[in-house]
Design a protein around this ligand. Sequence first.
Ligand code: FMN
Ligand code: FE2
Ligand code: FE2
Length: 400
Amino acid sequence: MAARKVTDGVMSVGILNPIMRIFDVVMRTDYGTTYNSYVVRGREKTALIETCHLTYWEQYWKNIQEACDPATIDYIILNHCEPDHSGVLAKLAQHCPNAQIICSQAGSIYLKNITNLSDFKPRVVRDGDSIDLGGKTLRFIMAPFLHWPDSMFTWCEEDKVLFSCDFLGCHYCEPHDFDTNIVYPTKYEDAFLGYYTAIFGPFPSYVQNGLAKIKGLDIEYLCNSHGPILTKGCRLESAMALYDQWSQPHHNAVKTVPVFYCSAYGNTGLAAKEIKRGILEIIPDAKVDVYDINEHAMGDLQAQLNRSDAFAVGSPTINADAVAPVWELLSHVDAITNKKKPALAFGSYGWSGEAVPNLIARMNGLKLAVCGEGLKFQFVPSESDLERAREAGRELARML
Ligand SMILES: Cc1cc2nc3c(=O)[nH]c(=O)nc-3n(C[C@H](O)[C@H](O)[C@H](O)COP(=O)(O)O)c2cc1C
Ligand SMILES: [Fe+2]
Ligand SMILES: [Fe+2]
């Protein structure tokens, strides 16, 4: 897709990728994605904002050439250095020898190691710094952890355009640039939420900071780096309101302690019920739901775990390890927001009993507050094993 106009001075030169289905290894992208990039032309100078994934170099280069003479590009601004936005940078630097690369302090370190250019000398900008293109001023707004430490926004006061990189973007591809043209709004909304959850969900306080920094700006166009550009009066206001809502601190009305388990012969399941009893002995009004992992959708379990105040997870030992569904659940623990959350490992075993220690090792790796030594017992739990399970539940509850 060729270069398209956003405002008189801003052209969109990005790339559509409608067939992408997995992004960054872990994110499903059911609706493809776009790599947005923009050329901003002032009277005297020209800036290119964000670049593109290396795979799409040829089309991207054509788009740039449609928007401007690349030899006239004075600045290449990287609001964020992830390779979906910086992949072509080393190549671009060769093709645009007059261009100065602009990024944040953290970005300068990352870009050096991403481009491996020996003569890499970017211009580092700080919060509030600006450059003048001649009738267009670009001001830089630091936005750390939205979603990398290097992230920043670029604000063009005259055109009322905020270049926000991944912030308020999403993996969604239609052959139009603007939110006014979205053909499948519910799919877009699904993608918008999915993107927020995966990319910004771990950083709610930073989302609040970022929103506060741009609240006073009279934004007409929010030019993000994935998905449709958001416009004033269409989706911009609601998108910002959703980010505000989703990033509010979450407090459970009562202590919420889900107990997850897998069990081939029911033994680990018996312990799960007793752990629940133990928790309720200490906190009678706690919400303690017991989940057989295989009976529920992983997405629901993931949400329960991440919103909990503490949790327990149990697995039998099968072939010297915990079982795959339990590992999968633990792979969905948000390591940033769950830090120091109390967690208990438990499970039945036959002879070697690796499941519980292996789960505890993983919990320690996630920096959870691991409850004691965990609870393991051989084959069918005896009366004293069941009492130990209740005690493990009590101990977990006492950590709250
Ligand atoms: C296929 C299979 C492999 C097993 N491998 C181990 C093992 O390596 N080490 C061990 O301690 N127990 C092993 N066991 C025994 C189980 O851990 C034991 O039967 C346990 O009580 C099952 O608990 P559950 O009823 O919660 O599934 C194995 C059991 C099965 C069925
Ligand atoms: Fe990113
Ligand atoms: Fe991105």
